[in-house]
Design a protein around this ligand. Structure first.
Ligand code: NAI
Ligand SMILES: O=C1O[C@H](COP(=O)(O)O)[C@@H](O)[C@H](O)[C@H]1O
Length: 273
């Protein structure tokens, strides 16, 4: 990709995971409503994606978009997801069409399908000997209003692909944490996405050819209830990490995690804050 790549939500956790490995790979145009908190060699646009005109300006000359900006909180209220995640995402797609952008990678979420995790299936489906898999062909079953907003983003992507031939990949991201998987959290270990796999995955989203796709974005965890076959097939995703490598046998069998933090970091939280 020779043209600039617009990265919305660049200041956030996923954005920083991508930039930590791919900073030199592209001519990035970074966008966030918050100004940069660290030095960057890249152009930085301080803008809110709910500002149509600002998004339109930021899209000028762009070849591809990685769209991450939004409210990532599973408990986010409707007014926030409606504004930031739905209106904002529509603005990004609309501006992409007007600017002649080739492809958009949209950060969807496990919460778009969280309601498949029924009482009958859990916790067994989080374990490595269980073969239940979602593969991206299933209907959304959001587990909260945030998940509804992510499912809506996917549908917007479908519309802009069908109507305008934009290449769109929706990545249902699992749980991104730095250095090691979430502790004491089977579900989080099953849908762990390491930082390097995250960067590699979005690199593939920028480089690969596709029409419209919904894929899962997790590392190659022994525990998994999301198939990454389509992610591999369509994008050429080749994950390097596996949450099992950080866990003892008891943890892998579903008992309480005893942590295998090989970095010395004390990471008590489920996410990478
Ligand atoms: N971190 C994770 O494990 C997962 C993240 N995701 C999705 O990935 C995306 C990024 O998530 P994180 O990096 O974790 O969140 P984050 O909160 O760390 O980063 C989001 C960034 O977007 C910016 N932003 C929010 N609303 C904006 C707006 N209206 N206009 C411009 N900028 C805005 C924020 O300032 C922030 O820098 C989100 O869309 C989230 O739903 C999906 C699944 C899992
Ligand atoms: O979509 C998201 O999912 C991750 C994982 O969900 P959780 O319910 O296991 O915490 C979450 O950490 C992240 O903030 C959110 O954007």
């Amino acid at each position: 990709m020779d043209d600039p790549v617009l990265l919305t939500g660049a200041e956030g956790r996923v954005g920083q995971a991508i930039l930590s490995d791919l900073s030199a790979e592209y001519e990035w145009r970074l966008l966030d409503r918050d100004p940069p908190t660290r030095d960057t060699d890249h152009e930085f646009v301080v803008a809110d994606i709910t500002d149509e005109e600002a998004v339109r300006e930021a899209m000028d000359g762009v070849g591809a978009v990685v769209h991450l900006a939004g409210d990532p909180r599973p408990e986010a209220p409707w007014n926030s997801v409606l504004t930031n995640n739905i209106d904002g995402t529509r603005n990004v797609f609309e501006a992409a069409i007007d600017a002649g952008v080739e492809k958009v990678a949209f950060a969807s979420s496990n919460h778009a399908v969280g309601a498949y995790e029924t009482d009958e299936r859990t916790p067994e489906m989080y374990r490595r000997d269980d073969d239940y898999r979602l593969d991206g062909t299933e209907f959304p079953r959001p587990s909260n209003l945030y998940g509804v907003s992510k499912a809506t983003g996917e549908v917007l992507g479908r519309y802009y692909h069908d109507e305008y031939d934009l290449s769109v990949v929706c990545v249902r991201i699992g749980n991104l944490t730095k250095n090691h998987p979430p502790k004491d959290y089977e579900r989080g270990q099953a849908m762990w996405l390491s930082h390097r796999d995250c960067a590699h995955l979005f690199d593939r989203c920028i480089r690969a050819d596709y029409d419209f796709e919904i894929v899962y974005g997790i590392s190659d965890n022994d525990r998994k209830y999301y198939s990454i076959e389509r992610t591999k097939e369509v994008l050429g995703y080749d994950p390097q990490d596996n949450s099992a490598e950080f866990a003892d046998d008891e943890t892998e069998n579903g008992d309480e995690a005893e942590n295998a933090d090989d970095t010395g970091n004390a990471a008590e939280s489920q996410t990478d804050d």
